[in-house]
Design a protein around this ligand. Structure first.
Ligand code: GLN
Length: 196
């Protein structure tokens, strides 16, 4: 299994470190050619406008869409979730449209309104997950009647914060929080398992 972390901007190093703590080597992806034969790609947290601009400048857009069609899974965290979503309530950036959700950027306020909250995440076991939200995006719309989509975790007010969509030959996972900034490796493990 070959996993990569998109290393254009944001906290890709933290993802690489989390996977290495699980004993898994990942590639830092900086050229579209490096996507070939990847089974899974992480798009990290950071700044979605910058990441999207760099995706287009370096010719990643078509390459990512092609690899996904050929079966590559993706996990987007925070800014990465914005990048892979279908629609934004904001006028920019132009997302990749890989998961059927609508997202609003910076919903919870600015940097000082960042917060940490324990999230029940059933598929990871009974222990709650430490959710770190930093200028986090809000999932403003998700069609839960769509059988391919599953909400994996919610805030106590019902807001979805982790979703998976299973397409025919690939899966897209998103989290609006940052597992790579915690010592809890269970979401990384979950991504590995779903990609194996
Ligand atoms: N607010 C950022 C954006 O819009 C996301 C923040 C993050 O990834 N922590 O891209």
């Amino acid at each position: 299994m070959k996993l990569g972390v998109l290393a254009l901007q944001g906290d890709f190093k933290e993802h690489v470190k989390s996977f290495s703590q699980l004993g898994i080597d990942t590639l830092e992806i900086r050229n579209p050619e490096e996507l070939s034969n990847l089974n899974g790609l992480v798009i990290p947290g950071g700044e979605s406008t910058t990441i999207t601009k760099l995706i287009d400048i370096y010719g990643f857009r078509d390459a990512i869409l092609k690899s996904v069609k050929q079966g590559m899974n993706i996990w987007g965290t925070c800014a990465g979730m914005i990048v892979v979503s279908k629609r934004l309530t904001d006028p920019y950036p132009n997302p990749l449209g890989l998961i059927d959700i609508e997202v609003s950027r910076n919903w919870y306020g600015s940097q000082i309104n960042s917060f940490e909250v324990a999230i029940p995440f059933k598929e990871l076991g009974p222990k709650v997950f430490p959710g770190i939200f930093i200028r986090a995006p809000y999932i403003s719309s998700v069609d839960e009647s769509n059988k391919s989509i599953k909400v994996l975790a919610r805030l106590s007010d019902g807001t979805p914060v982790a979703i998976i969509q299973k397409h025919k030959n690939h899966k897209i996972l998103v989290t609006s929080f940052h597992p790579e900034l915690t010592d809890d490796l269970r979401v990384h493990q979950y991504f590995v398992k779903m990609t194996e």
